[in-house]
Design a protein around this ligand. Sequence first.
Ligand code: GDG
Length: 475
Amino acid sequence: MSEPRLVVVSNRVGPLDDEGKAGGLAVGLADALRRRGGLWFGWSGETDEAAADGPVKTERHGQTELATIDLTPEENEGFYLGYANRSLWPLLHYRLDLVQFDRSFDRVYHAVNRRFAERLAPLLRPDDLVWVHDYHFFPLGAELRKAGFAGRIGYFLHIPFCPPEIFTALPASHDLVRAMLAYDLVGFQTETDRMNFLAFCTRELGGEVLEGNRVRVGDRTIEVDSFPIGIDAEGYRRFAVSPEAGEHEEMLRDIAKGRPLVVGVDRLDYTKGIVERLLGFERLLEDHEEMRGGVNLLQIAPLSRAELETYAGLRTELEATAGRVNGRFATLDWTPIQIMTTGFTRRALAGIYRAARVCFVTPLRDGMNLVAKEYVAAQDPTDPGVLLLSRFAGARAELEGGALLVNPYNPDTMADALKRALTMKLDERIERFEAMRETVFAGTASRWCDRFLGALADVPAPSQPASEEPPVQAS
Ligand code: GDG
């Protein structure tokens, strides 16, 4: 029997080529679809007053079809900029202080999910495996059921799932999680996220955790598991030895004149702890006089969601902090911090990673953080750099054997870890790198995809009644 067709739904679709843009989700999915083929459905990125009646635009790339629809300007405001990025994004990253709730966002979010489902349903075949991604589409599965699709639907959340104490601040939090029960399989990045979700199902919805990674709420039983996302590690390693990477590596080494380079790479987002990182670097220069004039920090931070005030404010704060630290410590021939808000190609980025003695990854909260994995994959095994990793990144669970863990809220621990990384001997660097290399090269994007789709294909057919198995002890 041939493999069922894969249908992926995510907010943005493509690109399928290996250049990619800043953003972890597209990178992982493009890899999966390039290998397996299928249909990728989502928003075109365009807004149009007449979008509600607009066509589904399709493009074929080999075995993969891209299908997109437009949003109206009102939908862009309420669904994407509003509910997804002003309410859910900060909430799920534990930032209640930044959350904005507005009942018009809520209404538009649900209406857009309904319209996506209604436009997608006629394109589906009964035996398709439908895989829905991320916080833009919590209720999409329930809407697809209403539109008549009875096949298997899986859901994967790329960002953290916060504890119920925080999630319940969302008006209609119960309805949103109940809607998620329409999926057959719900996947998270880490065990922590999975346990937070199960805690919501049991404590808030009166559900029971069953054997075999399942939870039952009312008459629905679904499977809930963690699937840490990875990268195309071998592809990234090859990028790192490409001529384009080599040029960037060499250029950076020339500019640094023998000083070690610390690099940060993130979409400009408040969850990434970029300002906190700069404060950690400042503390290094403050407390360790011998480091002054002897190390450079390069922060690559392509602009993201720039229409939102919080993001514009973050850019101002970042530039002001870098300016202040530079003003405080710079000499005629040395500027400690360089910030770039323009992006690079992935090959160039791989060369930058390879030139960097330290990669400084300090999110305040992060679903996974692919930059940490890319840095490891890009290193020269005979002279690898050191990864400084926030204890609040999902990647911590897999990389803590080799990374130096830091608390981004504490500049002192960041300064100490930087000092340790910058003075670390080659044999310890190699040992730490080896501990991470194995994980990064084994837990690839392809493996993530295969594990998720394997689990989805194995769930009992959705039409079967809920199982009668006894509960295990609730979390
Ligand atoms: C979400 C979750 C989760 C960055 N600058 C450039 C560039 N990038 C690429 C990186 C990396 C990607 O963007 C960023 O991925 P992250 O995982 O670090 O973060 P998010 O964008 O927030 O992704 C995250 C991820 O989804 C996957 O599930 O890990 O926790 O928040 O690939 O290399 N790429 C290019 N030029 C740049 O300047 N080409």
